[in-house]
Design a protein around this ligand. Structure first.
Ligand code: KDG
Length: 318
């Protein structure tokens, strides 16, 4: 089976606080399956693309839940390895505290099965059989062997002319310091499509305005860079075009985590499918808006018909 997109990264069990406020006061949590790379693969799958994920899970109940969830999303799991000696990673989501409208993640993933991913997990025949790879700045932060695995997949994709997309996804909690993150992630800015946000651009290309930083990313080899601006919408720049769209207003923000991945899926599907830059941004923002209205990263990822329905009901906002 030829795939459209393949990614590599950790999938975890997310325990999302049922009530807002500091985790020390929360007594009930809801279980979800999440992880940036898996979210994007699930999002693309719902939009009609064939996707696969390379990862490792523990030989435990949570590992089984992850494999079942990926299968339910039609994400190919043939390169998911079950590791009997390390656990599946988990994390907790604290919502609306200390900043209203934002969420804080607490990870328990050190030494997890996925953090042991290495170059042997990157089966080049499998990668070769896909049109495009998607990587993020999270996986290289998990361990030295994860960093090597991602680099192998990226180099292979570049050498063989596959498409490449990279979400900067700088997660400060996973890096020793930001200089280390910058050193490890800068080379990936030569991906065909770079997906990022204002904060990450500041970390990776210090002291530049957002538009100058986007132009700098293009100089590093990207064909297009999309900058997610949360409630301010999104901006994109290609070698020939620039576009900016406002965000969609949502009546209630439940949990913002996962919105960026939903954006990535809808933007990649639209832009690589030949839609104009501004329309691709608009569809990305629409997918992100849907995801912030629920807890969990994957649950509200839209199908094509959901995107159309959402856009039709939000004409006046754009
Ligand atoms: O983009 C959403 C992710 O941040 C979340 O699912 C957890 O993958 C995760 C991470 O490493 O932060």
């Amino acid at each position: 089976m030829k795939l459209d997109f393949v990614s590599v990264g950790e999938v975890m069990i997310q325990f999302n606080a049922m009530t807002p406020g500091p985790l020390r006061t929360v007594s009930t949590f809801e279980k979800h399956v999440a992880g940036s790379e898996a979210n994007v693969m699930a999002g693309l799958s719902r939009l009609g693309h064939k996707t696969g994920l390379i990862t490792r899970v523990g030989k435990d109940e949570f590992g089984s839940a992850i494999v079942a969830a990926l299968k339910a999303e039609d994400v190919d799991t043939s390169r998911v390895t079950v590791d009997p000696s390390s656990p599946t990673g988990i994390y907790f989501t604290q919502r609306h505290f200390p900043v209203l409208g934002e969420s804080v993640l607490t990870y328990y993933r050190k030494g997890s099965a996925a953090s042991n991913l290495d170059e042997t997990d990157i089966d080049v025949d499998y990668v070769m059989n896909t049109k495009s790879i998607h990587i993020t700045g999270i996986t290289p932060a998990l361990s030295a062997s994860c960093a090597k695995a991602v680099w192998k997949m990226f180099q292979f994709a570049k050498e063989t002319g596959l498409g490449t997309s990279f979400d900067t996804n700088v997660r400060p909690k996973l890096w020793r310091d930001m200089a280390t993150a910058r050193g490890a992630l800068s080379n990936y800015l030569a991906s065909k499509v770079v997906l990022t946000n204002g904060g990450d651009l500041e970390i990776l290309l210090a002291r530049m305005s957002m538009k100058d930083a986007a132009a700098e990313v293009l100089k590093k080899g990207a064909e297009v860079v999309a900058v997610k601006l949360a409630s301010a919408g999104a901006y994109a720049r290609s070698r020939t075009e620039e576009a900016q769209v406002p965000a969609f207003r949502v009546p209630h923000v439940e949990d913002v985590i996962g919105a960026g991945d939903a954006f990535d899926a809808a933007f990649l599907s639209s832009y690589l499918g030949g839609r104009p830059l501004s329309e691709s941004l608009q569809r990305g923002c629409a997918a992100g808006a849907l995801v912030v209205t629920v807890r969990g990263d994957m649950e509200a990822l839209p199908r094509q018909e959901d995107l159309e329905a959402f856009l039709a009901s939000n004409q006046s906002e754009t």
